[in-house]
Ligand binder design. Structure first.
Ligand code: SF4
Length: 532
């Protein structure tokens, strides 16, 4: 077992907690030592949930290990059912409790509880959080929907689907569900059940009634959806609607299933990504190198959007979701790169340094790494920090999700440009650090006058001196080259935010070449020289 300060995924019982916490009317009895209750904080602190997760921990202590820990579990189980009165319970062990081999499932059965008990076998030392969420959801679906017969629907009843995959602590799951429910509504499709998030155990018994399943997060719901397909013949909508193209593809796939016309929905989509991507502002960003790392679904989608919808260049792609390594490898191949499959953030950091991206799209780990490397970054995948549970509506899926994605991916680069410009402005007489803000000019009339009166030519010696000091240039030994009037006029045609640099470069070039005075020709020779 590898101990680490940062980890992309917790143990599988945290995945089970994400399912239980997302649902209603379900309780999780977790055989766990004192201290494992820290996991509550993930939900109450990072996701800002109003309530504690519906989990009872047995919280056995070191001194209990010599006595009957099985009895402690049974007592906790009985008390949890009496106190919380759930529709069903799931029972399992955390990493440490797994070692004492108490068999929570077997113990719960001996209690003859009056609620369904779904035992979880989650191998903590081989599997991780997403696998734990997937296995828990699958066991719940199989346990509660298994053996049911789908209800007969009246003639002409609207088509229905289940939305599968959203959990507690998921990246933008809450808003994705709202967005996709609305999108399905525009095609005349009603949502039968959303699960796990928001569903009760009773709702899971109704899953077979839907005409098809929409899987938003394959990491969590792919396994359960496959079982529903095998058992009840429910088709799966395989496109994850992230980005404009995938959302259009999703609409077409659903429309085909329900016999609707997708084109009016696509034509009326309120998405701005396509137009913004074509705008002049965005064209400055074409070909920007982007490094992407996250869970498989978000990483693959982010790469596709970055390359095909925003015109960036994907220079790195990877995932910590080992179960989906094949899919990520196939996606990376499309961009001519090799996928990085790892759960070691230090390896990811090395890969980012080697790829030299201008933008990093990742989890909160990559956010930390990018910040340290001073590279623009956006978070696209769990694990995330508190700011990725925004109070405002902020989906990543559907057409509005595409708008959010445009903002998230493009603005860090725009801010990078702004920083760059600020650096250049700083050397300009109008924008140096001592200049007053223009809107405060009336309050600082004297200062304004003083600032504006500084002739540009007077700033040149200082600039040159700095350059000589910084670059060891020979310019100073030649004194200040003079400029012909024509050359000065030509210099003024250069945008003010790069004019200072152009002046310095030209003077340095003239000094090195022994040219004096500087003519228009010298100015262009210098430009050609430094542009090589
Ligand atoms: S890494 Fe971020 S989310 Fe995690 S504890 Fe630190 S501040 Fe909070």
């Amino acid at each position: 077992m590898q101990l680490t300060v940062w980890t992309y995924e917790g143990p599988p019982h945290v995945g089970a907690m994400r399912v239980a916490t997302g649902m209603k009317g379900l309780h999780y009895v977790l055989h766990a030592p004192q201290g494992d209750t820290y996991a509550d904080l993930l939900f109450t602190m990072i996701e800002r949930r109003k309530a504690r997760p519906p989990v009872t921990y047995t919280t056995f202590q070191a001194r209990d290990l010599g006595s009957d820990t099985a009895e402690i579990f049974k007592t906790a189980c009985k008390e949890a059912v009496e106190r919380f009165d759930p529709q069903a319970i799931i029972v399992g062990a955390s990493c440490t409790a797994e070692l004492i081999q108490d068999d929570p499932g077997g113990l719960a059965k001996t209690l003859d509880l009056n609620v369904p008990v779904i035992p979880l076998e989650l191998p903590s030392y081989q599997k991780k959080e997403n696998w734990g969420a997937s296995e828990t959801f699958f066991q719940l679906v199989r346990g509660l929907a298994g053996g049911r017969t789908p209800e007969e629907k009246p003639e002409g009843a609207p088509k229905t689907c289940n939305i599968l995959g959203p959990t507690a602590l998921g990246f933008r799951h809450r808003d994705d569900v709202t967005e996709i429910t609305r999108l399905l509504g525009t095609l005349g499709v009603e949502v039968n059940v959303v699960a796990p998030m928001g569903a009760t155990p009773h709702d899971l018994t109704r899953l077979p009634n839907a005409d098809f399943n929409v899987v938003l997060y394959p990491e969590v719901a792919g396994q359960a959806a496959q079982w529903l397909k095998r058992t009840f013949g429910q088709p799966i909508v395989s496109t994850v609607p992230m980005g404009v193209n995938a959302t259009r593809q999703f609409v077409r796939e659903v429309a085909e299933l329900v016999g609707a016309d997708p084109e009016p929905v696509i034509a009326q989509a309120d998405e701005r990504l396509s137009w913004y991507s074509l705008s002049i502002d965005s064209n400055y960003l074409t070909g920007k190198r982007v490094f992407i790392f996250g869970d498989a679904t978000h990483a693959i989608a982010a790469a596709r959007i970055a390359e095909h919808e925003l015109g960036f260049k994907v220079c790195g792609l990877g995932t910590y979701s080992r179960e989906f390594a094949r899919e990520v490898r196939a996606a990376a191949k499309e961009y001519g790169i090799e996928a990085l499959i790892t759960d070691d953030h230090l390896e990811v950091e090395d890969a980012i340094v080697a790829a030299q991206p201008e933008l990093v799209l990742g989890t909160q780990m990559e956010r930390h790494i990018a910040k340290r490397l001073r590279i623009g970054c956006a978070v696209i995948s769990a694990p995330v920090h508190v700011q990725d549970f925004p109070a405002r509506y902020s989906p990543f899926m559907g057409f509005e999700g595409a708008n959010v994605i445009f903002d998230s991916f493009v603005h860090p680069l725009v801010m990078g440009l702004e920083e760059h410009l600020l650096g250049m402005f700083r050397e300009d007489f109008e924008f140096n650090d001592d200049a007053q803000a223009s809107h405060l000019a009336a309050l600082h009339a004297g200062a304004k006058h003083e600032t504006i009166e500084i002739p540009e030519a007077q700033t040149a010696p200082d600039d040159k001196t700095q350059d000589v000091v910084a670059n060891g240039s020979v310019a100073a030994s030649f004194g200040s080259p003079s400029w012909t009037d024509d050359a000065e006029l030509e210099l003024k045609k250069i945008p003010f935010f790069v004019r200072g640099k152009a002046r310095r470069n030209t003077e340095r070039f003239a000094a090195e070449q022994g040219v004096n005075p500087i003519t228009i020709e010298t100015l262009y020779d210098a430009k050609a020289h430094y542009g090589r």
